[in-house]
Write a protein that binds this ligand. Structure first.
Ligand code: SF4
Length: 306
């Protein structure tokens, strides 16, 4: 019998729970809308398994600052290389697309832009402003890169008061060297801590994938660290190898395992946990935000967000 806590070096074929059917008509309509406005969605670039479900709603996670990343995380299928200079009108086009699609919750993310002096922080801020102008009723979620942990850049985004500030830790600390060689878990946790200390108005969220070689104990440790960093929403999903060029799946964790990890997260003090094989960081993002807002009662005497 396999030890549940250890990653297996020879995974089975993709289990049925890790697959989803695609509703091609809905996919095509939203993709056409994005193309018309020359926009990219991370749903397509990262080959998200929920693409049909989200595009059918319709909702999408917009990718700003191009579709070429300056880093080379080994699980990620986004192209690596030298990106083009930022397009100063991208935020307006994104807001226009979100308005045309009638979105009530807009998720914005980007590749990592280590080549830019502000690493793309101003583009996030400008995009939030453009959405507020064109879609004043919509809520905004940003899924930011680590900005190398620079507080000034993180605060450039936080000043625009996004309803949700998301930064994914992606994997457990031990695997950073082999999976995310240009990043560090310490920096990512500091990014989340900075957001938590900035204001309780913004929901602080993170997420990671399972199936890259982590053990159950390492996952529990990571969840504790996220809780200590003030993270109140965590998403956990199964890693699926996007193409043969990325690292293979080390293990397919079962739906029951995901339920166990969810319980561990809650015991660690994380209030909102979305855990399942097909969960990705923006999965049911609007519904999660609504739940947090329904339950929010204010700020405790010690500054804790209640
Ligand atoms: S930094 Fe983000 S977009 Fe770039 S390679 Fe890593 S996961 Fe992919």
């Amino acid at each position: 019998m396999k030890d549940r806590g250890q990653a297996c070096s020879c995974p089975e074929r993709i289990p049925s729970w890790a697959k989803k059917n695609k509703r091609l008509k809905d996919l095509h309509l939203t993709k056409t809308g994005l193309r018309t406005l020359s926009l990219a969605s991370v749903c397509e670039e990262a080959r998200c398994p929920n693409i049909a479900e989200c595009f059918a709603r319709p909702t999408a996670t917009f990718l700003i600052l191009g579709d070429i990343c300056t880093r080379g995380c080994r699980f990620c299928s986004i192209r690596k290389g030298v990106p083009a200079p930022p397009d100063p009108r991208e935020g307006e086009r994104l807001a226009q697309a979100a308005a045309t699609m009638g979105l009530k919750h807009v998720v914005i993310t980007s590749v990592t832009r280590d080549d830019l002096p502000d690493q793309g922080a101003a583009a996030f801020a400008g995009t939030i402003r453009a959405i507020r102008k064109l879609l004043p009723g919509a809520t905004v979620e940003v899924l930011i890169p680590d900005f190398s942990g620079r507080t000034d850049l993180i605060e450039t985004v936080l000043r625009e008061r996004p309803e949700v500030f998301n930064h994914n830790v992606e994997t457990v600390g031990r695997l950073y060297g082999s999976i995310r060689p240009q990043a560090s878990l310490k920096t990512s946790l500091a990014v989340l801590r900075t957001a938590r200390e900035y204001s309780c108005d913004t929901v602080v969220k993170s997420g990671f994938m399972l199936g890259l070689g982590e053990s159950k104990e390492e996952v529990a440790e990571l969840l504790e660290a996220l809780s200590r960093s003030g993270c109140e929403v965590v998403t956990m999903g199964q890693y699926l190898q996007p193409t043969a060029a990325q690292v293979p799946v080390s293990r397919y964790w079962s739906p029951e395992d995901f339920k166990r990890f969810s319980d561990i997260a809650k015991n660690a003090g994380i209030r909102y946990v979305i855990s399942g094989p097909l969960v990705r960081s923006s999965y049911q993002a609007k519904e999660v935000l609504e739940e947090v807002r329904r339950n929010r009662i204010g700020v405790g005497k010690d500054g804790t967000c209640l």
